[in-house]
Write a protein that binds this ligand. Structure first.
Ligand code: PBG
Ligand code: ZN
Length: 326
């Protein structure tokens, strides 16, 4: 055999195999998405997301304490309001007695070392379930949407969050949030993580069940990106870097590895996040339950592909498992 044909000598041992990755997985790469509801004592399983629950603020210590002990370093909060009055502008999003603001304060107090991010969006809090404010004809009214989203982000900053993560996909919101944070004195205190390339995906179903955030009419195709839109994704990534994003995110992750790789090249000086979304998590569980593959092996293979594509940070419902596995 020719010398140039032989590669297997380079990965014959588990250690030499590990050297083949440019970067190794670490616990600190994982950010855990958690659902906080407005019943303070809630601990309610979410059927479509195996092992995940809606938590009340009074349960956060028992829920997260053991994970912090195992090395959990960051979480991202999603509010699940079940007992509030939703309206056209998503007023409950930044209610000072609402679940997200209460959880931010509680977590800062309980776990001083934990990095706390909050998703910023209106769909969980609007009566129509869309991510922004609407014109009478049901289309997005961009200017007041952006203003309201920036206001919510600043109010999460005031509550003590380390990172705000707008997932709404309204044009111009990164600039507005950054301006709002700077003007309120948080320019050097709060990270702005942009869901920059967020696609209109079929993989958000379990999340919308969990958060009660499905739109009451229509879909999100006029603000989330079309799945085939490589060019738009690249433009959105570049726009958000110029508008002041500190971290760029691609979402979902597995069907969009090429976009993660593009983002790594377009924004090489920014951390790059990807979101292994609810449907990806549910799909891996379902495949494992059907005997298609081993759960742990597939969880590793998927997140390794994301890191290989260029991600430096992964939002994943598998975070508790990885704290055990790594
Ligand atoms: C809300 C939001 C969604 C997700 C994160 N923030 C759902 C959506 O856009 O409909 C999805 C997360 C997941 O599926 O795990 N804008
Ligand atoms: Zn939304």
């Amino acid at each position: 055999m020719d010398i140039s044909s032989v590669l297997q000598g380079g990965y014959q041992h588990s250690l030499s195999r590990s050297w083949q990755s440019r970067r190794a997985l670490t616990k600190s790469m994982f950010m855990y998405p958690i659902f906080i509801t407005d019943d303070p004592d809630a601990s309610v399983p979410i059927p479509s997301l195996p092992g995940q629950r809606r938590w009340g603020v009074n349960k956060l210590k028992e829920f997260l304490g053991p994970l912090v002990e195992k090395g959990l370093e960051s979480v991202i909060l999603f509010g699940v309001p079940l007992n509030c009055v939703k309206d056209t502008r998503g007023t409950p999003a930044d209610d000072t007695q609402g679940p997200v603001i209460l959880a931010i304060k509680k977590l800062r107090e309980l776990f001083p070392s934990l990095y706390i991010a909050a998703d910023v969006c209106l769909c969980e809090y609007t009566d129509h379930g869309h991510c922004g404010l609407l014109h009478p004809d049901g289309t997005i009214d961009t200017a007041p949407s952006v203003e309201r989203i920036a206001e919510v982000a600043v109010n999460y900053a005031k509550a003590g969050v380390h990172c705000v993560a707008p997932s709404d996909m309204m044009d111009g919101r990164i600039k507005a949030i950054k301006r709002g944070l700077i003007d309120a004195g948080f320019g050097n205190k709060v990270t702005l993580m942009s869901y920059s390339a967020k696609f209109a995906s079929g993989l958000y179903g379990p999340f919308r069940d969990a958060a009660g955030s499905a739109p009451s009419f229509g879909d999100r195709k006029c603000y989330q990106l079309p799945p085939g839109a490589k060019g738009l994704a690249r433009r959105a990534i570049q726009r958000d870097t110029t508008e002041g994003a500190d971290i760029i995110m691609v979402k979902p992750a597995l069907p969009y590895l090429d976009i993660i790789s593009d983002a790594a090249q377009l924004a090489p000086d920014h951390p790059l996040a990807c979101y292994q979304v609810s449907g990806e998590f549910a799909m891996i569980h379902a495949g494992a339950a059907a005997g298609v593959y081993n759960l742990r092996a597939m969880a590793f293979e998927t997140v390794e592909s994301m890191v290989r594509a260029g991600a430096t940070l992964i939002l994943s419902y598998f975070t508790p498992e990885f704290l055990e596995w790594l």
